[in-house]
Design a protein around this ligand. Structure first.
Ligand SMILES: Cc1cc2nc3c(=O)[nH]c(=O)nc-3n(C[C@H](O)[C@H](O)[C@H](O)COP(=O)(O)O)c2cc1C
Length: 290
């Protein structure tokens, strides 16, 4: 039996994110078993930017390592996040910010089938959520089967109606066949398949997924993208991902080399501005002293 793990980023119970994942699992049939992780129930602390996890010693004592083990042991992953103010909610970002830990499990994550799900209450108001979900899966080393955007405001609406039922069917089909969902957009980054770009007036174009740059032009009335692999290769192949991890690990040595040059620059700014102490902190200190 195949294990499908669904990371549910919504705090709602029940949530459209969870219901959609369950609907996909039902469609998959009895060969698959669905396991759910409701991220709000897991203790995932913010990244402290100490880079120690690159050397397998993250100082955050929380549920992140256990969660990564579950992901590594699954046959396929669904990441489902609600749209909050045009982007996926912060639960997803807190998890992703700990992503330097992914590198220690790259062997197990690379090529794992992964499907993104974005829920949004207003048709067309999903903003940049799909871009983040697609990027998250690529950064994790997953085989991106696509990110499905489903509309529905009240819990339950994301699994109702012909359109959403069709999205459930397509998502299940992608998981069974391990083939990406065919999407309507014809305009894709020739390097990574991304579908979101930044355009410049002088023909400049940049893929917002892989960060590579190139030129756009109109050919026979159609938009053409000439984007080539540049310096940004972090998820283009397993070897490139490993190389990026090694480069990051090497930064420790480089930091130690230049540390003395950085110190005076930092000191120059000591004492500039006043840091406002949040009321919760002053209350805390009062409580302690009382
Ligand atoms: C704080 C907040 C912000 C939201 N912002 C958006 C938004 O920008 N665009 C949109 O379409 N829906 C927005 N919604 C609606 C949710 O995306 C929608 O209800 C969705 O179904 C929630 O999915 P869930 O049940 O999985 O949490 C917002 C909801 C909340 C609570």
């Amino acid at each position: 039996m195949k294990k499908l793990l669904a990371l549910i980023c919504s705090p709602r119970k029940p949530s459209n994110s969870e219901l959609f994942a369950k609907a996909v699992a039902k469609e998959l049939g009895s060969d698959w078993n669905l396991e759910l992780v409701r991220l709000v129930e897991w203790k995932i602390f913010p990244c402290r930017a100490c880079y120690k996890c690159l050397f397998n010693s993250c100082p955050q004592k929380d549920d992140m390592s256990a969660l990564l083990e579950h992901i590594a042991n699954a046959d396929a992953l669904i990441i489902a996040a609600p749209t909050y103010f045009l982007g996926p909610n912060a639960r997803l970002k807190t998890f992703l910010d700990r992503g330097l830990m992914f590198y220690s499990l790259l062997d197990k994550l690379w090529g794992k089938p992964m499907l993104g799900v974005v829920t949004a209450g207003i048709k067309g108001m999903e903003g940049y959520s799909k871009l983040v979900l697609d990027g998250a899966i690529k950064i994790m080393g997953g085989r991106l089967l696509g990110t499905v955007v489903v509309f529905g405001a009240f819990p339950g609406e994301a699994v109702m109606g012909v359109e959403n039922r069709e999205k459930i069917r397509k998502a299940a089909e992608a998981l069974i066949s391990n083939r990406p969902i065919e999407e309507e957009s014809e305009i894709r980054c020739p390097v990574c398949g991304g579908d979101s770009f930044r355009f410049g007036s002088n023909g400049f174009v940049k893929c917002l997924r892989c960060s590579n740059e190139g030129n756009w032009s109109i050919e026979n009335g159609r938009l053409r993208m000439d984007i080539a692999v540049g310096e940004h290769r972090l998820f283009l192949s397993y070897e490139e991902a490993q190389k990026h991890a090694d480069w990051l690990r090497g930064m420790k040595e480089r930091f130690l080399e230049v540390r003395h040059q950085l110190k005076p620059v930092i000191q120059e700014f000591a004492g500039v501005g006043q840091t406002i102490v949040p009321p919760s902190k002053t209350e805390e200190s009062r409580e302690v002293s009382e």
